[in-house]
Structures are given as structure tokens and as C-alpha cells.
Ligand binder design. Structure first.
Ligand code: KIV
Ligand code: ZN
Length: 533
């Protein structure tokens, strides 16, 4: 792929690391099924390289990289590895089903990291760069090398390391601002120095990987591009370690909108950005902040009278890009209780739900009728929540049959619940510290299990007190996590459904065996006491 884009000097390679660096956000674990759904969406979105995981890190990561590499049609799958043979072996083994793949290997090069993290001299680090890049190049001609903590690395040493990595076969050189410490002028200078001083730099593509600790990840990435970088590493919604990574949707739309100043192109179909943002948010359970650039709920909302007046006269007065260009349709009040099945089906296909089965449409339509009776305005977002909820519930082993909740001041809150547990209907009554606690206790009584509740998140799908609530829940059992979601105008019913959805996924996950291609439980890939592998 390098050669293809090296001839087009204005083409920026988009390298997505949502499922690797993004998943390193505390609490952002995604299930295999969710990762596969994300991978399919990213492939369609036009992402060039998808870093699917860190295969050595866990059997789950190994399996995810393997399965993702099988479903990608256009995007190139990549796996991360440290500068060791066993890491690189795990990468190439997990990626072996893909026609083309990338091995991304890294080592720290800053004085601070070399001394305190690696306990190695600069010469020893150079030795490891040579060994690891040469070894990885045996398995693919698409090797990427990263100097971790690049922006705190001595520039002469960085030039030496980069020259060596290219000599050993690296085709992409990635400069991470690992701790989000750099500023645009400094980051630009680093890239310019590499362009001007590394003799074989024309044999590789320079890449940016900026973290957002100072809120500068996007600005630094673009400064890198203006200095000569031709790959940006980024994540959807900007998720990632600590404050996150450069947001994919922001770098792409910045280059598109200010093409007069940044005349670069990408392969991204920007109309799918909003969809990708929603899928990632649903899988991670991380809501997108309302004022988030490009994909936030308010990114195209004009509230003030002066702005609304300007917009009506000419959209350009307050709109620098159209909502349609990122796949946001203006919320429209289109469906009501008199709308029929046909209109409902047409609406779904307008909203991009083309592969939904008749059964799911029937279920969702039934729920739509109930909702339209209860709720004054039914928006597109409400319909999307109904269909997503119906899709989620398709294979549930445990189903909610009925729920009554007693809440309020004074009395302890109480829930009476009927569940169908693998075909058998059971009932329980429990009180708790709040109605949600009482509901979760009922579920535990009817289907005894021990899990850690890691996340409980409620947000309204649309405005108003009659809005549907979407509840996201993440539970964990022996290191396995699942995220459940549900929507309902009754927040407590949505809470019960979301918990059951996460639990159903966990039951399915329990049944799954370890990945076939490699036994990671043996001594070859084990986690050491310090947390490394
Ligand atoms: O931030 C970082 O340094 C990384 C590397 C592994 C590329 O994520
Ligand atoms: Zn990173």
C-alpha cells in the first residue's frame, strides 16, 4: 500500500486504532461480536489500515485480530507488537488469514523511557530495533515501526533510529506523542527534521500518532501532515489511553473543509462518520459528548435566534460543512400513531436499515405503535433505538416477562419481576438501595450469578420528559466483559433489559472455547508479574 500512496503525494492514509489504543481507554472493552461489527463498518467507511488489537496481550485480543482480519474486504488489518519475537509471532499468526497485513512494532526511544521503563542503553535499543524490524519483515513487506514517547526523544537519536528501522525494512515510520505533551509548532519541527535529515526517508511513509492530554491531538496530527507526514493514526470519537487519541472524524473533516489550506485527500466516505461514531459509542458504552465536533448531538444544532435567522437566509452564515456530509440527517418529525407498516418499512430503509429481517421489522413495528401511543413526537432517533433494541433481543436466553417497581421516599424500593429463564418462567420480589438495585437483585435471584457491574449509563434518545431512555451496562466475570443496551420510555424497564442483554451475551461468551490457531494458555504467551507478556 505504501507504494500506491507514495506516488500520490496528497493522499493521507487513515490508520484507525479504535480497537487497540481506543480499547485501552479505561472501561472501553468491546466484545468480539462488537469488534466485528465495528470492523465491517470501518471497512465500508474507507479506513486504509485497521489496527485490530495487540495479539500477544490476551487470547481475546488474538482471537479478535484473527476474526477481524477475516472479514475485512478493503482495509488492511494490523496488529501491534513490542520489539520481541514472541510478540511479532503472535501478530503474524493472528493475521495469517488476511491477503495483506501489517505488523506494527514499537519500542521507546526517549531517555526517560529507555532508562526507567526499559532499563536499556540507547545502543541496546538500536539493537532491538534492528532485530525486531528485520524479523517482522520476514513475514510481510508492510512493517510499521514506532518510537514510543517520540516527542520526548532526542532528535538526533530519533533520526538514527528511524534510518535504521527503514534500512531493516520498515515502510511506515510512526511518531507517537505518547503522553500528549507536544504542541503543533514542535510536532511540525520533528517531522520536518526527519524529512530533511534522514537519508533514506523517501523509502517510508511518515505517520502521526497524537494523544490528547492537552487537547492538541488533532492540531498536532494536522501540523505533522503539513510538515510531510502522510499517515494519521486516530480513533473514532477520539477514544484512547487517558484523554484519548486524535479523533478520526475531526482530522478527516478538517482536511476536507479547509482543503484550501490543507490540500490533502483521504479514502473516507464521510457520510458514514455519524454511523461509525454511534456504533463505537454503543459498543464501548462511552456516550459522545453533546458538543463533540462533527459527531456530537449539537454539532449542527442552531439554538440562538440570530443564528437560526441567518441559517434560514443562507446556510453558509453559520454552517462550515453540511450535516449531510457526515451522515447526520436533520431530526424530522415524520412518523406518528397513524403511520402504517409500509411507511415504517420505508422509513427504516431511508435510515439505512436495509438488511433487517421481516421478523425484526414486525417486532419493531409493534413497539413503534406502543411508543407512538405514549409519546407525542416520534423522531428518527426513537425508531433507530427501537430497531437496535429488537436486534439486540433476538437471541436472548433470559427474557423479561414483566416488571413492577415501587419507588419513592420513605419505603425501601421494591421490584417484582417475572423472567423467562431458558424457557422457564420464574418470579421474584426483592427490595434494594434504590429501584435499579432492587431490579438487579431480582435478576440475580432468578438467575444466580456473580458479576462486577462496571458501568451503568442512562441517556435520553431525544428531548422531553417522554423521551426514550437508552441504558448501557457493562458487566465483568473472570476478566470477560460484555456491554448490554436497551431503550424504553420507562428507564427502569430499559435498565432491566440492558442488564439482561449484557448477561445473555456473557452466557454466550462463557460457552465459547479458546481460539483455535494458537494455544495462548501455555508458557508461550503468558502475562508476567509486572503485567507485561
Ligand atoms: O501512544 C503510543 O505511543 C502508542 C504506540 C504503541 C504506537 O500507542
Ligand atoms: Zn497511543
Amino acid at each position: 500500500m505504501q507504494n500506491q500512496y507514495m506516488s500520490d503525494k496528497k493522499r493521507i492514509i487513515i490508520f484507525d486504532t479504535t480497537m487497540r489504543d481506543g480499547e485501552q481507554s479505561p472501561g472501553a472493552t468491546m466484545s468480539l461480536e462488537e469488534k466485528i461489527q465495528i470492523a465491517r463498518c470501518f471497512d465500508e467507511l474507507g479506513i486504509d489500515v485497521i489496527e485490530a488489537g495487540f495479539p500477544i496481550a490476551s487470547p481475546g485480543d488474538f482471537e479478535a485480530v484473527t476474526e477481524i482480519s477475516k472479514v475485512l474486504k478493503k482495509s488492511i488489518p494490523a496488529g501491534l507488537s513490542r520489539a520481541t519475537k514472541k510478540d511479532i509471532d503472535a501478530c503474524k499468526d493472528s493475521l495469517k488469514h488476511a491477503k495483506r497485513f501489517r505488523i506494527h512494532t514499537f519500542i521507546s526511544t526517549s531517555p526517560l523511557h529507555m532508562k526507567h521503563k526499559l532499563n536499556k542503553s540507547p545502543e541496546e535499543v538500536l539493537g532491538l530495533i534492528k532485530e525486531s524490524v528485520t524479523y517482522a519483515s520476514k513475514f510481510t513487506d508492510d512493517v510499521e515501526w514506532s518510537c514510543e514517547d517520540g516527542t520526548r526523544t532526542d532528535l538526533d537519536f530519533m533520526c538514527k533510529s528511524v534510518e535504521l528501522a527503514i534500512k531493516c525494512g520498515a515502510k511506515t515510520i510512526n511518531i507517537p506523542d505518547t503522553v500528549g505533551y507536544s504542541v503543533p509548532s514542535e510536532f511540525k519541527k520533528i517531522i520536518e527534521t526527519l524529512v530533511n535529515k534522514v537519508p533514506n526517508i523517501d523509502k517510508a511513509i511518515l505517520s502521526t500518532h497524537c494523544h490528547n492530554d492537552l487537547g492538541l491531538a488533532v492540531a498536532n496530527s494536522l501540523a505533522g501532515v503539513m510538515a510531510g507526514a502522510r499517515q494519521i493514526e486516530c480513533t473514532i470519537n477520539g477514544i484512547g489511553e487517558r484523554a484519548g487519541n486524535a479523533a478520526l472524524e475531526e482530522v478527516v473533516m478538517a482536511m476536507r473543509t479547509r482543503n484550501d489550506l490543507m490540500p490533502y485527500s483521504t479514502g473516507i466516505n464521510t457520510r458514514l462518520l455519524s454511523k461509525a461514531s454511534k456504533i463505537v459509542s454503543n459498543a464501548t458504552g462511552f456516550p459522545v459528548q453533546f458538543n463533540k465536533a462533527i459527531v456530537g448531538k449539537n454539532a449542527f444544532a442552531h439554538e440562538s435566534g440570530i443564528h437560526q435567522d441567518g441559517m434560514l437566509k443562507n446556510r453558509n452564515t453559520y454552517e462550515i460543512m453540511t450535516p449531510e456530509s457526515v451522515g447526520v440527517k436533520k431530526t424530522s418529525l415524520v412518523m406518528g400513531k397513524h403511520s402504517g407498516r409500509h411507511a415504517f418499512r420505508d422509513k427504516l430503509s431511508d435510515m439505512g436499515y436495509v438488511d433487517v429481517t421481516d421478523d425484526i421489522i414486525d417486532i419493531a413495528f409493534g413497539k413503534f405503535k406502543v411508543l407512538a401511543d405514549k409519546k407525542k413526537h416520534v423522531y428518527d432517533e426513537d425508531i433507530a433505538a427501537l430497531v437496535d433494541d429488537s436486534l439486540i433481543k433476538e437471541d436472548n436466553l433470559i427474557k423479561l416477562k414483566s416488571l413492577k417497581v415501587f419507588a419513592g421516599t420513605g419505603e425501601p424500593q421494591k421490584a417484582i419481576m417475572k423472567l423467562e429463564v431458558m424457557g422457564e418462567v420464574k418470579e421474584a420480589t426483592e427490595s434494594g438501595d434504590g429501584p435499579v438495585d432492587a431490579i438487579f437483585k431480582c435478576i440475580k435471584k432468578l438467575y444466580p450469578h456473580e458479576v462486577n457491574l462496571q458501568l451503568y449509563n442512562v441517556h435520553a434518545v431525544t428531548e422531553g420528559t417522554d423521551a426514550q431512555a437508552t441504558v448501557s451496562i457493562r458487566i465483568e466475570e473472570n476478566g470477560k466483559t460484555t456491554v448490554g443496551q436497551a431503550a424504553n420510555t420507562d428507564t427502569l424497564v430499559a435498565s432491566a433489559d440492558a442488564y439482561l442483554n449484557a448477561l445473555n451475551k456473557l452466557i454466550i461468551k462463557r460457552k465459547k472455547t479458546a481460539p483455535e490457531p494458537m494455544d495462548l494458555s501455555g508458557s508461550k504467551y503468558v502475562r508476567e508479574k509486572d503485567g507485561t507478556i
